[in-house]
Design a protein around this ligand. Structure first.
Ligand code: AMP
Length: 273
């Protein structure tokens, strides 16, 4: 991969990069379409990164669909699929990690210790290997995008980050590789996440409430769905610090993480004034 990238760079080509963990859906493909429209060469990677999963998480059963993925990538006209194996990414003696302090402990980080160190480390490695001029991430994983942005700034990396909108199912559920874990009933119940965000965004825009009221309304709506087994967080956050807000700012992040049965789902929306 390094040699291939060097050759393209030497020939003056721009490389756009879309890192993924596979089990591709339209959300992933939207990033690829955007990358295709803005670069000479598009590289997609599929790597289920073990260092971002805790021992009790779903690394082993994470959905895999290599044949389907390859067909989708071909259809989208991806130039290069980079699919490293775990041993070549984490060889014996691997001991260097990237931690974006502070941002990594908030929101999802509070429930997934070490997760964002795994993410920042693998993205740093992938950037060094692929050498893209631009990399494409989904807003669905807002905290991940914020952490990678901070890493790129702090470590003076030459990569433009393009954050793309969240693609949704017809009932509003954010597309996710993990949605296949949901039973029929759970899948139906999962629509409450988007409904909660929509209603919170209306309330925010109305100008007649504060973030504390919005948070309460979000929790009330989520609690009313019996198949939600845990609300990890739901509320209004600062888009830069990811801290919970007591007063609205110009930009406000409405974010939710819940478990439906044993499946963890996240989603968010930004409201700007
Ligand atoms: P993943 O395979 O889950 O690691 O996701 C790879 C990339 O696709 C990340 O940048 C995600 O934020 C992005 N992504 C995942 N789901 C969606 C979605 N529904 N809409 C847009 N982008 C998404």
């Amino acid at each position: 991969m390094k040699e291939t990238s060097k050759r393209h760079l030497h020939n003056g080509k721009t490389i756009g990069f879309v890192p993924t963990m596979g089990a591709l859906h339209e959300g992933h493909l939207s990033l690829i379409k955007r990358a295709k429209s803005e670069n000479d060469i598009v590289v997609a990677s599929i790597f289920i990164n073990p260092t971002q999963f805790a021992p009790n998480e779903d690394f082993e059963k994470y959905p895999r669909d290599m044949e389907g993925d390859m067909e989708k990538l071909k259809r989208e006209g991806v130039d290069i699929l980079f699919m490293p194996d775990t041993k070549s990414m984490y060889s014996d003696g691997f001991s260097t990690y990237v931690t974006v302090k502070d941002l990594s402990d908030k929101l999802c980080g509070a429930f997934r210790p070490g997760h964002f160190t795994g993410v920042a480390t693998v993205v740093c490695k992938l950037f060094n290997i692929v050498k893209p001029v631009a990399a494409y991430f989904g807003q669905k994983d807002f905290q991940q995008a914020a952490i990678i942005k901070r890493m790129v700034e702090n470590l003076n990396m030459d990569v433009d980050l393009i954050i793309c909108p969240t693609l949704r199912e017809p009932d509003g559920l954010a597309m996710s590789s993990r949605n296949v874990y949901l039973s029929h009933e759970e899948r139906r119940a999962a629509a409450v996440i988007y409904k909660t965000l929509l209603s919170a965004s209306k309330m925010t825009k109305s100008g007649e409430s504060n973030p504390v009221d919005v948070r309460k309304q979000m929790h009330d709506m989520l609690k009313a769905e019996p198949l939600i087994s845990e609300i990890q967080y739901a509320g209004v956050y600062d888009t830069n610090t990811l801290d919970e807000l007591n007063e609205f700012k110009r930009q406000n992040l409405l974010a939710v993480a819940v478990k439906i049965g044993s499946t963890r789902l996240i989603d968010n929306m930004i409201v700007e004034f």
